[in-house]
Design a protein around this ligand. Structure first.
Ligand SMILES: Cc1ncc(COP(=O)(O)O)c(C=O)c1O
Length: 312
């Protein structure tokens, strides 16, 4: 099997050789931004929206990566093309990483120099999707963690950056409450913000609610859900939601790039609605599957089977 290649500052190098220095700003300060896109039928999904967000993140942290957004789109397509022989017809994630580069204090020892580093790697979704496949049927358990979101006036979560230790702490807390439970964060007023890698939706009396787009990463899949809900004529509101409100929800789900939508059937150790994925969830994931020409939960099940023997 041919090996996967990483775009690394203008060159394609084998994935196993792609490295940054221990003196890179990303390692020193978590000083970098990134983006994650996925493919359906090996075509990138909403790539331009992901790149718009990447360039918004770069503007926010004041990194000039040296490529225009059109050039970035172009090298992304080149990276996909260079990797197709190694992808075995599988769908994949596309990770864009942009670091500010090596810290100038160490400039003589850093092979890559001190300019920003742009890398793009492609990785099949087998494990990522496969490991959560059963939850499309059973749903996830969300718990509100003591760790809260960082208010946007401190570090704006709309910029997808790697200074995200608070998300990790929330994950650790959620797992301590129950192994496999997922963290749901709140803001300083107690309103629900987002999960540690996803956005939140709930349904009550046939209407959908999702947190306002302030102290959250504005997910590309959140946007996809909003558009699909409008297409399906289901009323949707961006609103302040308190954990209290979720107790009277009929259903809930989370959205993220690789998974698309996952039902939330338990919230703080109580069932959401009847504790099963609900009709609105089913309608939207079916509409999404139709739009991209892939049955999303069925693909996850196929990947779960494959993951048992798959060697990356
Ligand atoms: C903190 C956070 N919120 C929300 C999301 C969902 O965003 P998207 O739908 O663009 O994947 C992510 C994705 O990684 C995330 O890290």
């Amino acid at each position: 099997m041919p090996q996967r290649l990483v775009y690394f500052n203008g060159e394609f190098i084998p994935e196993s050789e792609a490295r940054i220095s221990i003196f890179d700003c990303a390692v020193m300060f978590g000083d970098m931004v990134f983006e994650m896109t996925r493919s359906f039928n090996q075509e990138p999904y909403r790539l331009r929206q992901h790149l718009d967000r990447l360039y918004g993140s770069m503007r926010y942290v004041e990194i000039d990566c040296g490529l225009t957004i059109d050039q970035m789109e172009d090298v992304t397509h080149q990276t996909i093309k260079a990797n197709l022989p190694a992808l075995d017809n599988l769908d994949f994630q596309i990770m864009h990483d942009v670091t500010r580069g090596g810290l100038s204090l160490y400039e003589n020892i850093i092979r890559e120099g001190t300019a920003p580093i742009v890398s793009i790697n492609i990785f099949p979704l087998v494990r990522h999707i496969g490991s959560l496949a059963s939850q499309y049927q059973t749903g996830s358990h969300f718990v509100v963690t003591p760790q809260q979101s960082v208010p946007s006036r401190y570090i704006d979560p709309k910029a997808k950056n790697r200074s995200r230790i608070f998300y990790k702490i929330a994950d650790l807390q959620a797992n301590r409450m129950e192994e496999g439970a997922m963290a749901l964060l709140t803001d300083e007023h107690g309103f629900i913000t987002e999960g540690t890698g996803n956005n939140f939706f709930m349904v009550r009396d046939g209407e959908v609610f999702t947190p306002k787009p302030h102290n959250i990463l504005r997910g590309v899949s959140r946007q996809a859900c909003l558009e699909l809900l409008v297409k399906e004529n289901i009323p949707v509101h961006q609103a302040n939601i308190e954990p209290y409100d979720v107790r009277s929800a009929d259903e809930a789900w989370w959205s993220s790039t690789t998974i698309c939508m996952m039902p939330v059937t338990q919230f703080n150790f109580q069932p959401v609605g009847d504790g099963k994925p609900g009709p609105v969830y089913h309608r939207i994931i079916e509409a999404w599957s139709a739009e991209v020409g892939i049955n999303i939960p069925a693909q996850a099940e196929r990947y779960a089977e494959l993951a048992k023997t798959w060697v990356p």
